[in-house]
Design a protein around this ligand. Sequence first.
Ligand SMILES: [Zn+2]
Length: 145
Amino acid sequence: MLKIVFKHSHLIDLKIISQTIQYRSWLNREGYHYYLFGTNVIKKINYKKITSDVKKEFEKYKIKLEKKVTVSKYYKIYLTKYGTYGSYDLPDKVYVNVFRTPKQIAETIVHEIVHLEFEDEVKRKKLTHDQKERLIDEKVAEILE
Ligand SMILES: [Zn+2]
């Protein structure tokens, strides 16, 4: 069964900030939206509330997601005020930005988990970034429909 746990960590926030800065010009070129040191920094975030709202939305996709990805992993979902809408680190970490609706955040979590599960296939097929996103989006669409 798919297990996820929501977390918030200042250390992870710092990691996201430094990665966002590192890849800034690439993100700009690709047209990604991201948060660094804007008004997001001073916004008070109720992580508990977001966690329960997003969990509720995520439940709707869980069964379909479990069918698509054979997982016995324990995913760590980090909520952050920084970075892009979502990203991931192998084998089991997902980072999602809190400044969207619970439904959007839940959909991003599905997207990032699918990334984690199909990274091997992506590497094997030597897909470009665009090809990779297309493959992931196709699989995600079947889950979210
Ligand atoms: Zn993606």
